[in-house]
Write a protein that binds this ligand. Structure first.
Ligand code: G1P
Ligand code: ZN
Length: 543
């Protein structure tokens, strides 16, 4: 086996976004495109020599090709040990756990999350650091800077690894271990949650459906929910991970998980419904005829954490991304624990978790997690809910309604305008920023503006500052409208508008969300002048 040095020229579009580098598969398939980026990662972290690297992905098209290339590059550059999920599979939270448990120096996770997969669809790659979490901006920016100057990479000339064979092998001088992608993760879940109580729940006839959406969580959910917890066979639907995710869009929300949603809102509904996304880090929680917003889910988990073995001692604090509703803040306040508001993206939670400042964190975008790993974790959230249902002996709806009665309800919605011309989307943001001048104290839609700004965040642990994280229009009664541009899309721009209102009165907890927020929604359209500026009458996706 020889080490080859391949000459290449830099690509100028390799800046990692909210969650790594995401592009069309066709872009990644260009000669040297993936290898250049991987070399930029290795260079940005001072090389891979002598290090241990975890490697795995969501199984989408190009996953296996990419793994072979990365493994040969790592081996050529002195990597001591590669730990790879069997078949190249590792869900994002499982990869985070393996990095932590095995004391690896980092990992490369291959995924474009919930974006569709297949030869004409999306692929992605993300570097996670030794704490198991996504690399912070300092590193992603260094990767980007390096990608712009790179002119060669080193790769081993060898045959492909057999990714199916669990056990130890070698690639040149690099030890390679192919691991069961589920085992370590399932062990961790067994320590956090009361498996005996959940098992008793299923033994008593409790029914659920988990939609794996033909993506990575199928094997995890089958092993844990059906085999270990005793749910009926067939509880996990769309359980086989397919390279094109069955042609679907594995984003667990009311729009894309329509089969599951249809079932849960029908008379033949099971008691509990849940889904996860392409790479297993997102979750959606449903009861019979009942949808739990991710923001509420975070608040409910925070208020009830003491019901689970893993969090019996209580939580140290909660963190949520800025656009996530303020429901969790009220719980933190009552519990007397810290509450942090961070920019969008899981990477901002890492320092808070490492420093022991928070135990739970979440985002409105169907992401919840804790200090058990450094990624959000879809199946973890589902098991947490199962544990709550088992120990409180209440339905999903009863748990959430009880929560609202105690803390009040934060009506919340997100409106997404997708595939918008990037320059028009930018112009909307510029216009909105201009409108913020002198707005404080004025009355809009019957509310007094308390603040109007562009969110920036100073990390309380390392002092790093992130600016330009979303335009906020906040009112004195706690209502908010937030605008930001997505950092995960691969085509054009996606404008996200987040709208929220707090309602303390239990008599008013039964309203339809869009109606409860109608005046703020109208104001949001008007402030952004969306009908004129991007020629859209209504959003593409409402969550
Ligand atoms: C989206 C979500 C964000 C999440 C990210 C990765 O990013 O909004 O909360 O962390 O996906 O799952 P965005 O496209 O908004 O930049
Ligand atoms: Zn994901």
């Amino acid at each position: 086996m020889t080490i080859q040095t391949i000459h290449s020229t830099p690509f100028d579009d390799q800046r990692p976004g909210t969650s790594g580098l995401r592009k069309k598969v066709r872009v990644f398939e260009q000669p040297h495109y993936l290898a250049n980026f991987v070399q930029a990662v290795f260079d940005a972290i001072d090389g891979i020599a002598g290090k241990t690297l975890v490697l795995g992905g969501d199984g989408r098209f190009f996953n296996d090709t990419a793994i072979q290339i990365i493994a040969r590059m790592a081996a050529a550059q002195g990597c001591a040990r590669l730990i790879i999920g069997q078949g190249g599979i590792l869900s994002t939270p499982a990869a985070s756990h393996v990095i932590r448990k095995r004391g690896a120096d980092g990992g490369l996770i291959l995924s474009a999350s919930h974006n569709p997969a297949g030869p004409e669809e999306d692929f992605g790659i993300k570097y996670n650091i030794a704490n198991g979490g996504p690399a912070p901006e300092k590193i992603t920016e260094a990767i980007y800077a390096r990608s712009r100057t790179i002119n060669s990479y080193r790769i081993l000339d060898s045959v492909d690894l057999d990714l199916m064979q669990i056990g130890n092998t070698a690639l040149g001088g690099c030890a390679v271990e192919i691991i069961d992608p589920v085992a370590d993760y399932a062990d961790l879940m067994r320590h956090l949650f009361d498996f005996a109580a959940i098992r008793a729940l299923f033994d008593g006839g409790f029914t659920m459906r988990f939609d794996a959406m033909n993506a990575v969580t199928g094997p995890y959910a089958k092993a844990i929910i059906e085999d270990q917890l005793g749910a009926l066979p067939g509880t996990v639907m769309n359980a086989v991970p397919l390279p094109d995710f069955g042609g679907g869009h594995p984003d667990p929300n009311l729009v894309h998980a329509e089969e599951l949603v249809g079932l849960m809102f029908s008379s033949s509904s099971p008691s509990f419904g849940a889904a996860s996304d392409g790479d297993g880090d997102r979750n959606m929680i449903l009861g019979h005829n009942f949808f739990v917003t991710p923001s509420d889910s975070l608040a409910v988990l925070a208020a009830n954490a003491h019901h689970t073995p893993g969090y019996r001692q209580g939580i140290r604090g909660v963190a949520r991304s800025m656009p996530t509703s303020q429901a969790a803040d009220r719980v933190a306040d009552t519990l007397g624990v810290e509450c942090h508001e961070t920019p969008t993206g899981w990477k901002f939670f890492g320092n808070l978790l490492d420093a022991g400042k928070v135990t739970l964190c979440g985002e409105e975008s169907f992401g919840t997690g804790s200090d058990h790993v450094r990624e959000k974790d879809g199946l973890w959230a589902v098991l947490f809910w199962l544990n709550l249902i088992a120990s409180r002996r209440e339905s999903v709806e009863q748990i959430v309604r009880g929560h609202w009665r105690r803390f009040g309800r934060n009506y919340y919605t997100r409106h997404d305008y997708e595939g918008v011309d990037a320059s028009l989307a930018k112009a909307v943001m510029t216009q909105l920023k201009d409108r913020q001048n002198g707005l404080v104290g004025q009355t809009l839609a019957g509310g007094t503006v308390a603040y109007a700004d562009d969110f920036s965040y100073t990390d309380p642990v390392d002092g790093s500052v992130s600016t330009g994280q979303g335009l906020r229009f906040g009112f004195e009664d706690g209502s908010r409208i937030v605008y930001r541009l997505s950092g995960t899309g691969t085509v054009g721009a996606t404008l996200r508008v987040y709208i929220e209102r707090y309602e303390p009165d239990p008599e008013r907890h039964d309203l339809d969300t869009q109606s409860a927020l109608a005046d703020l929604i109208e104001l949001a359209d008007e402030l952004g002048d969306l009908r004129n500026a991007i020629a859209r009458d209504q959003p593409d996706v409402i969550t």
